[in-house]
Design a protein around this ligand. Structure first.
Ligand code: ATP
Ligand code: MG
Length: 214
Protein backbone atom coordinates (compact mmCIF):
# COMPACT_ATOMS: atom_id res chain seq x y z
CA UNK A 1 0.00 0.00 0.00
CA UNK A 2 1.15 3.51 -0.70
CA UNK A 3 0.55 6.41 1.69
CA UNK A 4 -2.80 7.35 0.15
CA UNK A 5 -4.06 3.80 0.36
CA UNK A 6 -2.94 3.49 3.96
CA UNK A 7 -4.75 6.71 4.85
CA UNK A 8 -7.91 5.53 3.08
CA UNK A 9 -7.72 2.18 4.89
CA UNK A 10 -7.27 3.90 8.25
CA UNK A 11 -10.38 5.99 7.62
CA UNK A 12 -12.34 2.91 6.53
CA UNK A 13 -11.28 1.33 9.83
CA UNK A 14 -12.50 4.49 11.62
CA UNK A 15 -8.97 5.37 12.70
CA UNK A 16 -9.07 8.97 11.48
CA UNK A 17 -6.93 10.15 14.39
CA UNK A 18 -4.07 8.03 13.09
CA UNK A 19 -4.80 8.98 9.47
CA UNK A 20 -4.60 12.69 10.29
CA UNK A 21 -1.15 12.58 11.90
CA UNK A 22 0.34 9.73 9.89
CA UNK A 23 2.50 11.82 7.54
CA UNK A 24 3.86 13.80 10.50
CA UNK A 25 4.63 10.65 12.48
CA UNK A 26 6.42 9.14 9.45
CA UNK A 27 8.62 12.25 9.12
CA UNK A 28 9.25 12.26 12.87
CA UNK A 29 10.26 8.59 12.86
CA UNK A 30 12.66 9.13 9.96
CA UNK A 31 14.15 12.33 11.40
CA UNK A 32 14.74 10.84 14.84
CA UNK A 33 15.51 7.27 13.77
CA UNK A 34 12.78 6.39 16.24
CA UNK A 35 12.16 2.74 17.21
CA UNK A 36 9.00 1.33 15.60
CA UNK A 37 7.18 0.75 18.89
CA UNK A 38 7.69 4.35 19.95
CA UNK A 39 6.17 5.61 16.70
CA UNK A 40 3.34 3.12 16.95
CA UNK A 41 2.57 4.18 20.53
CA UNK A 42 2.48 7.84 19.45
CA UNK A 43 0.05 6.96 16.67
CA UNK A 44 -2.26 5.12 19.06
CA UNK A 45 -2.15 8.12 21.38
CA UNK A 46 -3.14 10.37 18.46
CA UNK A 47 -6.22 8.23 17.92
CA UNK A 48 -7.14 8.29 21.61
CA UNK A 49 -6.63 12.07 21.80
CA UNK A 50 -8.82 12.67 18.79
CA UNK A 51 -11.60 10.44 20.10
CA UNK A 52 -11.50 12.16 23.46
CA UNK A 53 -11.69 15.65 22.01
CA UNK A 54 -14.54 14.68 19.67
CA UNK A 55 -16.44 13.18 22.61
CA UNK A 56 -15.94 16.44 24.54
CA UNK A 57 -17.14 18.46 21.55
CA UNK A 58 -20.22 16.28 21.15
CA UNK A 59 -21.06 16.52 24.82
CA UNK A 60 -20.63 20.30 24.82
CA UNK A 61 -22.79 20.65 21.73
CA UNK A 62 -25.52 18.45 23.15
CA UNK A 63 -25.52 20.42 26.42
CA UNK A 64 -27.02 23.48 24.72
CA UNK A 65 -24.50 25.73 26.50
CA UNK A 66 -23.63 28.85 24.51
CA UNK A 67 -20.27 29.49 26.18
CA UNK A 68 -17.52 27.59 27.96
CA UNK A 69 -17.44 29.32 31.32
CA UNK A 70 -14.89 28.05 33.83
CA UNK A 71 -14.21 28.90 37.45
CA UNK A 72 -10.55 29.28 36.49
CA UNK A 73 -11.28 32.55 34.68
CA UNK A 74 -14.00 33.60 37.07
CA UNK A 75 -13.84 37.20 38.21
CA UNK A 76 -14.57 36.99 41.93
CA UNK A 77 -14.62 40.79 42.19
CA UNK A 78 -17.63 40.83 39.82
CA UNK A 79 -19.93 40.03 42.73
CA UNK A 80 -18.05 39.91 46.04
CA UNK A 81 -21.26 38.76 47.77
CA UNK A 82 -21.24 35.47 45.88
CA UNK A 83 -20.83 32.67 48.47
CA UNK A 84 -17.50 31.29 47.27
CA UNK A 85 -17.42 28.12 49.34
CA UNK A 86 -20.86 27.15 48.03
CA UNK A 87 -19.75 27.88 44.43
CA UNK A 88 -16.73 25.60 44.74
CA UNK A 89 -18.85 22.96 46.45
CA UNK A 90 -21.21 22.95 43.46
CA UNK A 91 -18.20 22.82 41.14
CA UNK A 92 -17.02 19.58 42.77
CA UNK A 93 -20.21 18.06 41.28
CA UNK A 94 -20.75 15.95 44.37
CA UNK A 95 -24.40 16.99 44.21
CA UNK A 96 -24.66 15.41 40.75
CA UNK A 97 -23.31 12.11 42.04
CA UNK A 98 -25.82 12.31 44.89
CA UNK A 99 -28.72 13.32 42.65
CA UNK A 100 -29.25 16.44 44.76
CA UNK A 101 -30.58 19.74 43.42
CA UNK A 102 -29.36 23.32 43.66
CA UNK A 103 -31.23 26.60 43.63
CA UNK A 104 -29.30 29.73 42.69
CA UNK A 105 -31.53 32.63 43.58
CA UNK A 106 -30.61 36.30 43.54
CA UNK A 107 -31.11 39.71 41.97
CA UNK A 108 -30.66 40.28 38.22
CA UNK A 109 -27.09 40.59 36.97
CA UNK A 110 -25.45 39.03 40.03
CA UNK A 111 -23.80 36.18 38.10
CA UNK A 112 -26.29 33.33 38.62
CA UNK A 113 -26.28 32.18 35.01
CA UNK A 114 -22.51 32.57 34.84
CA UNK A 115 -22.07 30.27 37.84
CA UNK A 116 -24.65 27.77 36.56
CA UNK A 117 -22.87 27.63 33.19
CA UNK A 118 -19.49 27.09 34.86
CA UNK A 119 -20.90 24.16 36.84
CA UNK A 120 -22.62 22.77 33.75
CA UNK A 121 -19.49 23.01 31.63
CA UNK A 122 -17.42 21.34 34.33
CA UNK A 123 -19.98 18.53 34.38
CA UNK A 124 -19.56 17.99 30.61
CA UNK A 125 -15.78 17.81 31.12
CA UNK A 126 -16.30 15.23 33.84
CA UNK A 127 -18.28 13.01 31.49
CA UNK A 128 -21.83 13.90 32.48
CA UNK A 129 -24.63 14.30 30.01
CA UNK A 130 -25.84 17.86 30.61
CA UNK A 131 -28.75 19.91 29.29
CA UNK A 132 -28.82 23.69 29.72
CA UNK A 133 -32.18 25.36 29.12
CA UNK A 134 -33.31 28.95 29.18
CA UNK A 135 -36.35 27.85 31.10
CA UNK A 136 -39.07 30.28 30.05
CA UNK A 137 -38.21 30.10 26.35
CA UNK A 138 -38.05 26.30 26.32
CA UNK A 139 -41.27 25.96 28.29
CA UNK A 140 -43.00 28.36 25.90
CA UNK A 141 -41.77 26.16 23.04
CA UNK A 142 -43.15 23.15 24.88
CA UNK A 143 -46.56 24.79 25.27
CA UNK A 144 -46.77 25.32 21.48
CA UNK A 145 -45.54 21.83 20.58
CA UNK A 146 -47.65 18.90 19.41
CA UNK A 147 -48.30 15.95 21.71
CA UNK A 148 -45.55 13.87 20.08
CA UNK A 149 -43.06 16.72 20.23
CA UNK A 150 -43.94 17.26 23.86
CA UNK A 151 -43.18 13.73 24.90
CA UNK A 152 -39.88 13.99 22.99
CA UNK A 153 -38.99 17.21 24.81
CA UNK A 154 -39.90 15.78 28.20
CA UNK A 155 -37.69 12.77 27.51
CA UNK A 156 -34.82 15.08 26.52
CA UNK A 157 -35.22 16.95 29.80
CA UNK A 158 -35.51 13.89 32.01
CA UNK A 159 -32.68 11.80 30.57
CA UNK A 160 -29.52 13.88 31.18
CA UNK A 161 -27.48 13.47 34.37
CA UNK A 162 -27.76 17.19 35.02
CA UNK A 163 -30.44 19.65 33.92
CA UNK A 164 -30.01 23.43 34.24
CA UNK A 165 -33.18 25.52 34.24
CA UNK A 166 -31.83 29.01 33.82
CA UNK A 167 -33.90 32.04 34.76
CA UNK A 168 -37.02 30.19 35.81
CA UNK A 169 -40.03 32.49 36.29
CA UNK A 170 -38.32 35.27 34.36
CA UNK A 171 -41.76 36.42 33.21
CA UNK A 172 -43.22 35.45 36.60
CA UNK A 173 -46.33 33.37 35.86
CA UNK A 174 -45.77 30.41 33.55
CA UNK A 175 -48.48 28.79 31.42
CA UNK A 176 -50.47 25.80 32.60
CA UNK A 177 -48.58 23.55 30.17
CA UNK A 178 -45.25 24.91 31.39
CA UNK A 179 -46.25 24.29 35.00
CA UNK A 180 -47.25 20.75 34.11
CA UNK A 181 -44.00 19.95 32.36
CA UNK A 182 -41.99 21.55 35.16
CA UNK A 183 -43.76 19.32 37.66
CA UNK A 184 -43.20 16.26 35.46
CA UNK A 185 -39.49 17.06 35.08
CA UNK A 186 -38.94 17.60 38.80
CA UNK A 187 -40.96 14.52 39.76
CA UNK A 188 -39.38 12.13 37.25
CA UNK A 189 -35.85 13.36 37.84
CA UNK A 190 -36.32 13.09 41.59
CA UNK A 191 -37.36 9.45 41.22
CA UNK A 192 -34.29 8.78 39.06
CA UNK A 193 -31.90 10.64 41.44
CA UNK A 194 -30.94 13.09 38.70
CA UNK A 195 -29.93 16.62 39.60
CA UNK A 196 -31.53 19.89 38.59
CA UNK A 197 -29.96 23.32 38.97
CA UNK A 198 -32.43 26.19 38.90
CA UNK A 199 -31.48 29.84 38.68
CA UNK A 200 -34.06 32.53 39.29
CA UNK A 201 -34.31 36.13 40.31
CA UNK A 202 -37.69 35.44 41.92
CA UNK A 203 -37.79 34.59 45.61
CA UNK A 204 -38.86 31.01 46.30
CA UNK A 205 -41.85 32.15 48.42
CA UNK A 206 -43.48 33.48 45.23
CA UNK A 207 -42.94 30.38 43.08
CA UNK A 208 -46.26 28.82 44.07
CA UNK A 209 -48.05 31.90 42.77
CA UNK A 210 -46.22 31.73 39.42
CA UNK A 211 -47.23 28.09 39.15
CA UNK A 212 -50.86 29.15 39.26
CA UNK A 213 -51.43 28.23 42.90
CA UNK A 214 -52.97 30.69 45.28
N1 ATP B 1 -17.83 35.91 38.08
C1 ATP B 1 -17.92 36.53 36.90
N2 ATP B 1 -16.80 36.80 36.20
C2 ATP B 1 -16.90 37.42 35.02
N3 ATP B 1 -18.05 37.81 34.43
C3 ATP B 1 -19.18 37.56 35.08
C4 ATP B 1 -19.18 36.91 36.35
N4 ATP B 1 -20.46 36.78 36.76
C5 ATP B 1 -21.21 37.32 35.79
N5 ATP B 1 -20.47 37.80 34.79
C6 ATP B 1 -20.99 38.45 33.58
O1 ATP B 1 -21.92 39.46 33.95
C7 ATP B 1 -23.10 39.39 33.19
C8 ATP B 1 -24.32 39.14 34.09
O2 ATP B 1 -24.17 37.90 34.76
P1 ATP B 1 -25.28 36.77 34.71
O3 ATP B 1 -25.97 36.78 33.38
O4 ATP B 1 -24.68 35.51 35.15
O5 ATP B 1 -26.29 37.34 35.81
P2 ATP B 1 -27.64 36.70 36.31
O6 ATP B 1 -27.60 36.72 37.78
O7 ATP B 1 -27.89 35.41 35.64
O8 ATP B 1 -28.72 37.77 35.81
P3 ATP B 1 -30.25 37.53 35.41
O9 ATP B 1 -31.02 37.38 36.69
O10 ATP B 1 -30.62 38.82 34.71
O11 ATP B 1 -30.33 36.34 34.55
C9 ATP B 1 -22.89 38.30 32.15
O12 ATP B 1 -22.46 38.87 30.94
C10 ATP B 1 -21.77 37.46 32.75
O13 ATP B 1 -20.98 36.87 31.75
MG1 MG C 1 -29.30 34.75 34.29
Amino acid sequence: MNMQEIERTLRALRLSGIAETLSTRVMQAQAAQQPFLETFAAMLQDELDRRHSRLMQRRYKRSGLDEKVTLADFDWRFNPKLPRAACFELHTLKFVAEGANALIVGKPGTGKSHLAKAVAYQATLQGHDVRYLEADAEFARYALASATERSGLLKEWVEPDLLILDDLFLARRISEHAAEVLQAIVHQRYKLHRSVVVTSNRVVQDWGRYLGQR
